[in-house]
Design a protein around this ligand. Structure first.
Ligand SMILES: O=C(O)C1=C[C@@H](OP(=O)(O)O)[C@@H](O)[C@H](O)C1
Ligand SMILES: C=C(OP(=O)(O)O)C(=O)O
Length: 429
């Protein structure tokens, strides 16, 4: 049965968790290893459905990839060895696979086609198709190439200066990957800071890239070299338990081995601003990524405004932040987050509808939402709409609801956090 009913815990939630590997880094580790010359070993790989789509995509190109649990070994034979896929590639639910792979498929001299599930088929692809076309890409798709399925008549692209018109790490990464494979130099001009895992991994896999202010310059015809990598825990997954411990009375949770990349830690900034009792300690560097421990205790939260440059830094954490805001004193305003409308589902609508259905007061706005705090959640049904982050938000809501919460379509949580319910039970014991 693809639903679960969760009861509020009798006591606080407690424990120490290691969340699964970072989704963004797992995708990229596969991409660079598969394009590399030599064998790369990746550990703590996220075996969520999205990252497995990226693995499968490279298998279609003839790359030998062994996956045993969270250990992945990739026998790269270099870019020139990739073979044209004989079947359409299925990107599933994964926006990251779709956007990043588009940069590669457009730039490899071969024909390929790709499609996605119903959710991904509604998400904008013109954000990569249009700038890649400026580099000479030939991409054809539904609705003037705005939507999947797409067909790529791949060819040698020409490096260009490209000014991005959306704050998106997926678009930046697609352009950097295309630039790495193109002829000449590509300059990507960003509108604001977005997650920089592609840049960090390019350094690790021996790709030369320079950055000056908001401009990234990459020379073409570069071949990645194999590298071993341990993927840090995903701060976006940790966020669910950080909020849970903050809002459930008498709780304390520590997350270990979690990525603390400053382009990803906006949830810590926001929770601190709300008054959460957080302790963060960087314990090591894994490759170029800072990794550490985060502890949080039950806290009295107050409402804040979340906007501007902070938004890309916590974009995937907004659903769970909204849940925290229902428990805060005062009002929380989220602005400049229109991107939420084009995620796995319209997350502004999904968060507002679901939280209102269980007793919260959330007003959706064009580019965010207003959340009135200090509400008592009554329980009821949360529809995930196939969106993993909405499903997990609902599960955490069950911890502070008066009556049980039923999560409809719970299996989508496997997209990014396959052992989420095990961790939830562990901290509720
Ligand atoms: O580059 C990435 O790995 C991601 C970037 C973000 O998307 P956008 O690039 O669309 O902002 C984020 O929402 C997504 O979960 C992962
Ligand atoms: C938006 C997300 O992922 P993607 O864009 O890769 O589907 C997410 O994980 O919240």
């Amino acid at each position: 049965m693809n639903q679960v009913q969760l009861n509020p815990p009798l006591n606080g939630i407690n424990g120490t968790l290691s969340v699964p590997g970072d989704k963004s880094i797992s995708h990229r580790a596969v991409i660079f290893s598969a394009l590399a010359e030599g064998t790369s070993h990746i550990s703590n790989f996220l075996i969520g459905e999205d990252c497995l789509r990226t693995v499968q995509a490279f298998r279609e190109f003839g790359v030998e990839i062994e996956q045993i649990g969270t250990n992945v070994t990739i026998h790269g034979k270099g870019i020139a060895s990739l073979k044209a896929p004989t079947q359409p590639i299925n990107f599933g639910n994964s926006g990251t696979t779709a956007r990043l792979m588009s940069g590669i498929l457009a730039a490899l001299p071969m024909f390929s086609t790709a499609y996605g599930d119903p959710s991904l088929s509604k998400r904008p692809m013109d954000r990569v198709v249009v700038p890649l076309s400026k580099m000479g890409a030939e991409i054809y798709g539904r609705e003037q190439s705005k939507l999947l399925p797409l067909a790529f008549q791949g060819k040698k692209l020409i490096g260009k200066e490209i000014k991005m018109n959306v704050k998106s790490a997926q678009v930046k990464s697609a352009l950097l990957l295309a630039g790495m494979l193109a002829e000449g130099e590509t300059t990507v001009i960003e509108q604001g800071i977005t997650r920089n895992h592609t840049e960090m991994l390019m350094a690790q896999y021996g790709i030369h890239l320079t950055k000056k202010d908001n401009e990234l310059m990459i020379k073409g015809d570069q071949q990645p070299k194999a590298s071993d990598l341990r993927v840090p825990g995903d701060i976006s997954s940790a966020a669910f338990f950080l909020v849970a411990a903050s809002v459930v009375f008498d709780s304390e949770i520590t997350i270990e081995g979690v990525g603390l990349n400053p382009t990803r830690d906006g949830i810590l900034t926001a929770l601190r601003k709300m008054g959460a009792e957080l302790e963060v300690e960087e314990t090591e560097r894994v490759g170029h990524e800072p990794v550490g421990r985060i502890s949080v205790k039950s806290s009295y939260l107050h409402g804040i405004t979340v906007e501007g440059d902070l938004i890309p830094n916590l974009i995937d954490e907004i659903p769970i932040l909204a849940l925290a805001a229902t428990q805060a004193k005062g009002t929380t305003v989220i602005k400049d987050a229109k991107e939420l409308r084009v995620k796995e589902t319209d997350r502004i609508k999904a968060v507002a509808t679901n939280l209102n259905n269980i007793g919260a007061r959330v007003e959706p706005t064009e580019d965010g939402m207003v959340i009135y705090g200090d509400t008592t959640l009554q329980g009821g049904t949360i529809h995930s709409y196939g969106d993993h982050r909405i499903g997990m938000m609902g599960a955490i809501a069950s911890l502070i609801s008066k009556s049980p919460v039923t999560i409809e379509d719970k299996d989508c949580i496997n997209i990014s956090y396959p052992n989420f319910f095990d961790h939830l039970h562990e901290v509720c014991k």
